[in-house]
Design a protein around this ligand. Structure first.
Ligand code: PEP
Ligand code: MN
Length: 368
């Protein structure tokens, strides 16, 4: 369904040439001085393609700094005039859209707390009917791929073809080193469903802390993401929002200089040949893996009917505990991680239970 997204390529927008596309600027526009200081540092570096700053801030609790609204938009307009950098701002309702357009904002972005709600997204999309402006859509707070794609489709349906997704991670109750879990499999699944859609990673909101930005940014580049959005502030510890995760423009430039940009393909024939050889080996091993799994599931089916005949329950806790323990021990000897063995056997085990449940149902039906 989403493959039907009609998209302009990212590099047609605003004549942006660099890959990865780098968007930087403060979490919030706080004062004209702060906005301009960051903008000048970024513009002179020549490393940044777009300037970001929030002027309406969606805060979790009331009473926190909620942004400078229209006043902030006038500073962003000044950034555009004085540095030539295109500017982007978060919009969360049609009124924001109207204001942002009045101030010549070049690109709009939809925040994570807005993407979750199809009513809000639809209203914003309708406010943009007939307007040719790029829109960046952050992932919803929770990892629901179809809701993310749905928001992109709403903009596409009203005629916006300059679209990109921003991966900013997902809220979790689980305690973690990240502020928002990256769950890289979700932006990867998005790329699989929408191959032409640019996906930009936001390491700031994933990390939640300044010293993790570089690692997350490199990971995003290694996964062939199309760009990065990174929060920068002249004096991060004094920032009025997201103080812990902001970095100075100097630090950003250092990180960008250290980034290892990888190619999707290599011109080196020897490399391509060897890669193909490795991939062929993997293809054969995968077929072997599937054959072995099929054999395992055949036995599971036999066990299912045997348990049914003997009136024994499908699940035995001790057996499951023993499987996990022994497989992890074997895995350890083979250099396979505990987590990997745990996830793979959880999957195999739940499929075994599903098969045995089916067998039991069929036996019951045929005996009744
Ligand atoms: C932001 O980019 O400052 C922001 C509020 O992000 P998110 O919507 O990802 O929380
Ligand atoms: Mn922020």
């Amino acid at each position: 369904m989403s493959n039907e997204l009609k998209l302009d390529t990212l590099h047609n927008w605003l004549n942006i040439k660099s890959k990865p596309l780098i968007i930087a600027g403060p979490c919030s526009a706080e004062s004209e001085e702060q906005v301009m200081e960051v903008a000048k540092a970024l513009a002179t570096s020549g490393k940044v393609s777009m300037y970001r700053a929030g002027v309406w801030k969606p805060r979790t609790r009331p009473g926190a700094f909620e942004g400078k609204a229209t006043e902030g938009l006038s500073w962003l307009n000044k950034v555009k005039q004085e540095t030539g950098l295109p500017v982007t701002v978060e919009v969360a309702n049609p009124k924001h859209v109207e204001e942002a357009l009045k101030f010549g904002i070049d690109v709009l972005w939809i925040g994570a707390r807005t993407t979750v709600n199809p009513f809000y997204v639809q209203e914003i999309a309708e406010a943009l009917k007939g307007i040719d402006i790029p829109v960046l859509v952050k992932n919803p707070i929770h990892p629901e791929l179809q809701l993310w794609i749905g928001a992109l489709e709403r903009f596409n349906k009203i005629g916006i073809n300059k679209l990109a997704a921003i991966h900013r991670g997902f809220y979790s109750y689980r305690k973690s080193e990240y502020r928002n879990l990256p769950q890289w499999e979700i932006p990867i699944a998005l790329k699989v469903e929408c191959p032409d859609l640019p996906v930009i990673c936001d390491p700031s909101h994933i990390s939640g802390k300044a010293d993790m930005i570089e690692e997350v940014a490199q990971k995003a580049i290694d996964l062939n993401m199309d760009g990065l959005m990174i929060e920068t502030h002249p004096n991060p510890s004094q920032a009025l929002s997201d103080a812990k995760q902001q970095i100075t423009p100097q630090k950003l430039i250092e990180i960008l200089n250290n980034l290892k940009i990888r190619e999707t393909h290599s011109e080196n024939l020897e490399f391509e040949n060897l890669l193909e050889q490795f991939r062929n080996e993997i293809n054969e091993i995968d077929v072997e893996l599937l054959r072995v799994l099929e054999q395992r599931m055949d036995i599971v089916e036999k066990i299912g009917s045997y348990k049914y005949k003997n009136n024994v329950a499908i699940f035995q806790l001790e057996r499951w505990a023993e499987i996990l323990k022994t497989r992890k021990a074997t895995g350890y000897k083979l250099g396979l991680s505990d987590e990997f063995i745990q996830s793979i056997f959880q999957l195999i085990h739940s499929e075994s239970i599903r098969i045995q449940t089916e067998v039991t149902k069929e036996k019951k039906k045929s005996s009744s």
